[in-house]
Design a protein around this ligand. Structure first.
Ligand code: FES
Ligand code: FES
Length: 172
């Protein structure tokens, strides 16, 4: 029989107590146990970013992480960012700039995009900024680099960048 463990997570502000097979990924815990299917499973191997969520303030690929490693963590998924009636500014910008086609990568793109702007603000280094002084404005190169873990098979990259630039407060 599989070995289970109880895990408590706070997901989108709500405490969730789960009994999970130790091998359950955070992604499967969200999708299959909590029915939060906004977070997508693309590759299930850390290579597409469709499963991006925010854990304790840092974005991560939820397919690569075991749920039991997140005891006590605060998790934010796309469902926690906005609702159809009250879109998050990044969601509204994706709509306005056609930042998607099929939409499969979109929740991960939006969660990542929100985190990227926060990372830039907080001066978290990226490959592009590593040798630069942290600054509060993301250039297109920085944003592209920071978004490089989020793959879009439809090639909506330039529209995604426009949406991010708008939310960042400047033209792409
Ligand atoms: Fe997690 Fe692709 S599903 S990175
Ligand atoms: Fe289709 Fe990105 S919109 S994969």
């Amino acid at each position: 029989a599989p070995v289970t463990a109880s895990v408590s997570l706070t997901v989108n502000g709500e405490r969730q107590d789960l009994d999970l097979d130790l091998r359950t990924t955070l992604l499967d815990a969200l999708r299959e146990h909590l029915k939060l299917t906004g977070t997508k499973k693309g590759c299930d191997h850390g290579q597409c970013g469709a499963c991006t969520v925010i854990a304790n303030g840092r974005r991560m690929n939820s397919c690569l992480s075991l749920a039991v490693m997140h005891q006590g963590d605060e998790i934010t998924t796309i469902e926690g960012l906005g609702t159809p009636d009250h879109l998050h500014p990044m969601q509204a910008a994706f709509v306005k700039h056609d930042g998607y086609q099929c939409g499969y990568c979109t929740p991960g793109q939006i969660v990542s995009a929100v985190s990227v702007l926060a990372e830039v603000k907080a001066g978290v280094p990226s490959h592009v900024t590593a040798d630069l002084t942290a600054r509060s404005e993301a250039t297109n190169d920085e944003m592209r680099e920071r978004m490089s873990g989020n793959i879009c098979r439809c090639g909506a990259y330039s529209n995604i960048l426009e949406a991010m630039a708008e939310v960042a407060g400047r033209d792409a």
